[in-house]
Ligand binder design. Structure first.
Ligand SMILES: [Zn+2]
Length: 211
């Protein structure tokens, strides 16, 4: 995870009007305890120092070690919100998702596919998968019922496109395919880390009511 150090009065963010990273001046901020993903979240109103337009950023506070938390990367909430990556997704996986988004937004579609593949490898790693080869790792995730048959097929496509992106050949990843790969990898992460967790909590509440 990238930790952004900045002046207390500034937040580094991509200005959607200037299409560039700027050090936005903080006009106001609000911190809430657990509004998003049950983690502390900070919303900041900013002014772009270049075009003077208003921008709104959001940041999640992550636990980076026992008794140590740090604010994660600021994402633009307004205008044109950037994709919010859930705080329930482990740091190792989130890093690759953030990198994949970055590659896509600057038109590096081969690199985007490679980062989507790296996100899958990170999923295998945090799930304690023994097989070091991605193809075998995906099969193990399927066998352990962490993913179902459909997600497994998406994973296989991600893996083959990761290979196209990674190898120096004439074959390249198109913008359209890179966008789809990003959507697939985000859906896989939501399925494993967000929805599965949500369903577990939902069932726990149901069980509690029964008692
Ligand atoms: Zn601007």
């Amino acid at each position: 995870m990238t930790i952004y150090k900045m002046k207390e009065s500034q937040v580094i963010i991509e200005c959607s009007y200037c299409k560039a990273k700027v050090a936005g001046t903080i006009l106001g901020k609000h911190e809430s305890k657990g509004s998003i993903d049950d983690l502390p979240f900070k919303v900041v109103l900013l002014e772009c120092p270049v075009c003077k337009n208003a921008l709104v950023s959001g940041q999640t506070l992550y636990e980076v070690a026992t008794d140590k938390s740090e604010w994660g990367k600021p994402t633009r909430l307004w205008p044109s919100p950037e994709k919010h990556i859930s705080g329930n997704i482990p740091v190792l996986v989130r890093n690759s998702l953030e990198e994949a988004e970055k590659c896509y937004s600057c038109g590096a579609y081969d690199a985007c596919a490679v980062m989507c593949g790296r996100a899958l490898e990170s999923i295998c790693s945090v799930q304690g998968i023994k097989n070091k080869i991605l193809a075998g790792g995906l099969k193990e995730l399927l066998d352990k019922q962490v993913i179902d048959k459909r997600i497994y097929e998406w994973g296989q496509e991600l893996r083959t496109h990761r290979n196209i992106g990674a190898h120096a050949t004439d074959e390249h990843i198109s913008k359209e395919d890179a966008k789809d790969l990003l959507d697939f990898v985000n859906a896989i992460c939501d399925y494993i880390f967000v929805l599965t967790n949500k369903f577990k909590k939902f069932m726990e509440r149901k069980e509690k009511l029964k008692k």
